[in-house]
Design a protein around this ligand. Structure first.
Ligand code: AMP
Ligand code: GLY
Length: 429
């Protein structure tokens, strides 16, 4: 396999591009559009991830042997279908299969039909119906969700019905466009969250490491929601028995159900789980790799990664040699001042090389670019993901934080407690 085109330009795509570039038989990685860090491992093309025609042209003219699509929006819009129709092997689901993320109500109906454990829910297409449903509930916590893609902003976890009614009004106000036309009301689950990734080939599932993300901006899971301030794997709440149960009760039935829907799922399926009193329940599906989970996951993968992605694209994961190394991995996100609202941009970043040279450390760029003088500067909310592997989560965290400390830019902010749950458990052992 000579040439791989990666679609996207964030930390996830940097992590994917790096591992693909190290895979046997890969001569060149291209990335559309990429970023300043990805440019060290791939040839970046000035084509946005949502420019379907441009991606198609790039795949054809570069004679890409495989296209790997990072973000969900182009998948939901049908990019993988168009690439495959043009004869380009593509890692990522069809638009029909991407409904698992693109329509939460569709995904919930699928779970209901297939007996996959998830919170009880109802679906509404007008505000009076949502309000009636909310008012007729027992008082207490409830979740309101926009049906469609809302860039991670369409879910409101509410403490009571009044808060939920306000949330529903906002989601249906038109600010979320098409995504907010249909709303879901569901029971709020309490427990520990896990990001469970599997590679799928339409039939089989190949589990990666269970990971945990840290969505809130501040230590102790306080402050506003973000795209993710850090992640680590493995998540200790998923022991071998839990992992087997997730595969048996959730991952495998999902892939079977998709096949029965005539929308076989290929690509990365990221199952967002809540472990409720020892029972795994689905919060949501994502039809792509998580960000920043991927930055941690790739640190522990060994074997032919590009080969596994191609095997998934071609419908036969049975002979891949992808393995997870022992130990743990952890990624700390360095964000810009103001994140997750409007952020400072254009600040020069120092210490990148020193951090990246540390043993078992990788620095993945998310929002960076080169300025006119060729300096790497901040260019987004999440700027960098500093990832490390170690013998345990405590060890990986020490390395990642030491490396993150080498990196300086004005307004830099990071959580200091990534991996806390696992570190506390390791200390108690
Ligand atoms: P998103 O990734 O934007 O779909 O947001 C999903 C997040 O909302 C999850 O990671 C959970 O933290 C939270 N969430 C979604 N559904 C529920 C639920 N039923 N109970 C509790 N939290 C939920
Ligand atoms: N880390 C959560 C996500 O990628 O959606």
């Amino acid at each position: 396999m000579a040439r791989v085109l990666v679609v996207g330009g964030g930390g996830r795509e940097h992590a994917l591009s790096s591992l693909i570039s190290e895979s046997p038989g890969v001569d060149e990685v291209l990335c559309a559009p990429g970023n300043a860090g990805i440019a060290a491992v791939a040839r970046c093309l000035p084509v946005g991830a949502d420019e379907e025609d441009g991606i198609l042209d790039a795949a054809r003219s570069s004679r890409a042997d495989l296209v790997v699509v990072g973000p969900e929006a182009p998948l939901c819009a049908g990019l993988a279908d168009r690439l495959r129709a043009a004869g380009v092997p593509t890692f990522g689901p069809s638009a029909l299969a991407a409904r698992l993320e693109g329509s939460k109500s569709w995904a919930k109906e699928l779970m209901r039909k297939s007996g996959i454990p998830t919170a009880p829910f109802s679906v509404h297409t007008d505000l009076p119906s949502v309000e009636r449903a909310l008012r007729s509930r027992a008082p207490g916590p409830v979740v309101v969700k926009a049906d469609g893609l809302a860039a991670g902003k369409g879910v409101r976890v509410c403490d009571d019905v009044d808060e939920a009614i306000l949330a529903a009004r906002e989601l249906m106000s038109g600010a979320f466009g098409e995504a907010g036309r249909t709303l879901l009301v569901e029971d709020r689950l309490f427990g520990e969250e896990v990001s469970f990734h599997v590679l799928c080939d339409g039939e089989r599932v190949l589990p990666l490491d269970p990971a945990q993300d840290h969505k809130r901006l501040e230590d102790g899971d306080r402050g506003p929601n973000t795209g993710g301030m850090g992640a680590y794997a493995p998540a200790p709440v998923v022991d071998a028995a839990m992992r087997a149960r997730i595969l048996r009760e959730i991952a495998e039935p999902t892939v079977r159900a998709m096949r029965d829907e005539r929308a076989p799922f290929t690509g990365a399926l990221f199952i967002g789980l809540m472990i409720v009193d020892g029972r795994p329940m689905v919060l949501e599906y994502n039809v792509r790799f998580g960000d920043p989970e991927t930055q941690a996951l790739v640190m522990r993968l060994e074997g032919d990664f590009a080969g596994a992605l191609r095997a998934s694209a071609q419908g036969d994961l049975s002979r891949t040699d992808l393995r997870v190394r022992p130990g743990a991995a952890l990624c700390v996100v360095l964000a810009a001042e103001g994140y997750p609202a409007t952020v400072r941009r254009g600040d020069p970043i120092e210490g990148l090389d020193r951090a990246a040279a540390m043993e078992d450390v990788a620095v993945f760029h998310a929002g960076t670019k080169r300025d006119r003088e060729g300096r790497v500067v901040t260019a987004g909310g999440r700027v960098l993901g500093v990832a490390a592997r170690g013998s345990c989560v405590t060890d990986a965290a020490e390395r990642a934080y030491r490396a993150a400390g080498e990196i300086r830019f004005t307004g830099k902010r990071a959580r200091s407690d990534i991996g806390r749950r696992a570190i506390d458990r390791e200390r108690a052992r």
